[in-house]
Design a protein around this ligand. Sequence first.
Ligand SMILES: Cc1ncc(COP(=O)(O)O)c(C=O)c1O
Length: 372
Amino acid sequence: MSGGAHTGSILTIDLDAVAANYQTLRDISGSAEVAAVVKANAYGLGVDRVAPVLNDAGCRTFFVANIAEAYELRSLIPPAEIHVLDGLMGQPPERFVARNLRPVLNTPDEIETWRSVSAESDRPLPADIQIDTGMARLGLTADEAETLLARPDWNREMAIDCLISHLACADEPGNPMNARQRDAFAKLMPRFEARRASLSASSGMFLGEDFHFDLTRAGVALYGVNPTPDTANPMAQVIQIQGEILQVRFVDTPQTVGYGATHRVTRPSKIATIPIGYADGYPRSLGNTGIAVIGGRKVPVVGRVSMDLTTVDVTDVPDELARPGALVDLLGPGNDLDDTAARAGTIGYEILTRLGSRFERRYIENGNAGPA
Ligand SMILES: Cc1ncc(COP(=O)(O)O)c(C=O)c1O
């Protein structure tokens, strides 16, 4: 944010926690390499800040969604190994070759395109292949895989790096689909003669060693979301959202608060107004449902969340804490990312990737907090 500008809303991103989370994931991964998924601007947290920290933490392999993200990452970390999940996307393959990017080939046509460009190159060009074992989203179907493998020369002159698939229900350890997908993947794996195999993202890594294969693709767990929703979160919290109280208003019955008059006070009350709303990514569904924390005390969000403002009931908070200029946590210790997402009827992924551009972003790095 430029000098002098002030929005009264602060998003603190703890890069030390991201590095610690990378280490935690490595610790549970045994001999498998842990790649970092930094698509969507590192899940909204700023790829320009997050990717170098992961690189310093020892991460050498990165996944992004598309070639635009790959170009940005290449300029941030020149030696990174970069895989592009959405594949060639109709782009000339030379664009991938020129920047040493590894597309995840998702269709027989993409494989053929890559094979022909690889054949013209002075060395076999590495790319990944995705097979669909249950997502019905991207990758070769079982029939397409069989047809391809029936051709003896299908992979001539190209270097298959990773064989990839993606689990549909990894956050439900008891779901039989996990083992079905793993077994289908393991069965096809040797037939592709890929250098490496990669099945699991954040939650899959916690399903056990037989889900790790050679390379895991960690996204949301790096950013603090609980990859094991039924048990305590093994990851460190990464983000905190704070807003400065603009006004404290005294209201009594029969007054109401906010659009639609959805909150009716039942006693003499103090309502604090905070300059964060759904335009900042604070979900509108948290109206009358969200929790804020002020001076270590939990207080309810009352009334609807509006575009720029949210109102909280601070009746039980001493005046010296609930005063204009004081900071209120809309997300932080006591109302963490998973908790806030659950109250909003969504998932931590969506909260992270919808964080708005108005926050003053502060990054904590090596124990020091500083502006973006
Ligand atoms: C193919 C693929 N691999 C890995 C990931 C990372 O998943 P997570 O954020 O759950 O770790 C994603 C996320 O959408 C994905 O689509």
